[in-house]
Design a protein around this ligand. Structure first.
Ligand SMILES: *Cc1c(COP(=O)(O)O)cnc(C)c1O
Length: 397
């Protein structure tokens, strides 16, 4: 079949839309410029202020702000004690960072397949991947929908594993009424501009465990401490500190912390709008021939970061690439989340076989992410729906 420039008529969207974008208002700008005129650009008062606010939002006891979500995952793996010879289990349908953080520590990522309907890691598949070397499970709340936290926590408890949640997509989501960030051993967030709240670059780890909290603080800043209780030779010298482990410089700046604090003020509004758009999309796509919508579990009160269309290849004659290009011709720039991580050349070269996670590979062939962000107007939402309807009609068997 020839590739149509457009499936008839004029483009559904008059001006191009992307799959995601940040929303910055005057209050955000003022928060940043105020810090720039202050005494501290980094290591200042904005960091504890942000961490306190993030604890309020998530219900966690401790929060550690870092330079990005990948750093958050890395220090969580360090705090979990992952090292050479250890394995940690994650999902293949995620951004590479969810697995890379294990590799940074010298550990081995093990990929457990997804549930083909929710697209989240399947607890039964996790259990099947456990070996005596397994140290942690890193489930990802994919698209923002919570994983089955209780089932995964029970597996972790049974086998003595830590649960590190990758909640880069899931700020604002609740599982059985509890905010993501308050459950499990550690939870990692990202504030990259496509995520629900942003600081340009940024990340946060939450935990309720004081021992893990202290390890996270060390890993964030060179392994250096001024906490006397951790020192091998405490001193009264005012300049004295000790470096007691090998850490990194993963600190967030005060400008970024102020921006993220200001963004968190808008999280309720951001969440409401994302839920509105998702429910309109669900209503439009649920019965549209050629489209399969992501299954929602009742335990998750979801603030969606991504909205994914799965193409029903029994009904549509086009490839995902043709559908993607047809959306582009309608001025709607989609994205694909994600290429299964172990299919990326770096992991292929380490010997992960093709076909390792069949559900993930099958899903990857059939999905694309359509626009979902706070400032997407009702009119644009309807244009996206119109475009999908047009393309489905054009390519229907
Ligand atoms: C964005 C993202 C990350 C990494 O966050 P950065 O802030 O970009 O480093 C990790 N995991 C998932 C699932 C993500 O979407």
């Amino acid at each position: 079949m020839e590739k149509p420039a457009i499936c008839g008529g004029t483009p559904a969207c008059a001006t191009p839309v992307q799959y995601g974008r940040q929303y910055i208002d005057e209050a955000d700008i003022r928060a940043v410029t105020d810090v720039m005129k202050s005494d501290f650009l980094t290591c200042g008062p904005q960091i504890p202020a942000l961490e306190k606010k993030f604890c309020e939002v998530t219900g966690a006891k401790y929060a550690v702000a870092v330079s990005n979500g990948t750093a958050a995952l890395h220090i969580a793996c360090i705090a979990a004690g992952i090292g050479p010879g250890d394995e940690a289990i994650t999902t293949p349908i995620t951004f590479a960072a969810s697995a890379n953080c294990i590799s940074y520590c010298g550990g081995t990522p093990v990929f457990a397949d997804i549930d083909p309907e929710t697209y989240n890691i399947d607890p039964a598949a996790i259990e099947a991947c456990i070996t005596p070397k397994t140290k942690a499970v890193i489930p990802v709340h994919f698209t923002g929908q919570s994983v089955s936290c209780d089932e995964i926590a029970a597996i972790c408890k049974k086998h003595g594993l830590l649960m590190i949640q990758d909640a880069a997509h899931a700020v604002g989501t609740r599982y059985k009424g509890q905010p993501i960030g308050s459950l499990g051993d550690m939870t990692c967030f990202s504030s990259h501009p496509v995520k629900t709240v942003t600081s340009g670059e940024g990340g946060i780890v939450t935990t309720n465990d004081e021992t893990l909290y202290k390890k996270l603080l060390l890993a964030r800043s060179h392994g250096i401490t001024r906490d006397r209780s951790l020192m091998s030779a405490p001193s009264d010298d005012p300049w004295y500190y000790e470096m007691i482990s090998l850490g990194y410089n993963y600190r967030l700046t005060d400008m970024q912390a102020a921006l993220l604090s200001s963004q968190l003020e808008k999280l309720p509004a951001f969440s409401r709008r994302r839920k509105e758009i998702v429910s309109r999309y669900n209503e439009a796509f649920r019965d549209m021939e050629g489209i399969i919508v992501q299954k929602e579990i009742p335990e998750s009160d979801t603030v969606r970061h991504l909205y994914i269309l799965q193409l029903d290849t029994d009904i549509l004659t086009c490839s995902r690439r043709q559908f993607f290009d047809a959306m582009d011709a309608e001025n709607i720039h989609c994205q694909v989340h994600y290429i299964p991580v172990y299919r990326l050349p770096y992991y292929q070269n380490l010997g992960y076989p093709k076909g390792l996670c069949p559900n993930a590979e099958r899903l990857y062939e059939r999905i694309l992410s359509i626009p979902l962000y706070y400032s997407l107007a009702d009119k644009q939402v309807e244009e996206v729906i119109l475009a999908v309807r047009k393309i489905c009609a054009y390519y229907r068997r």
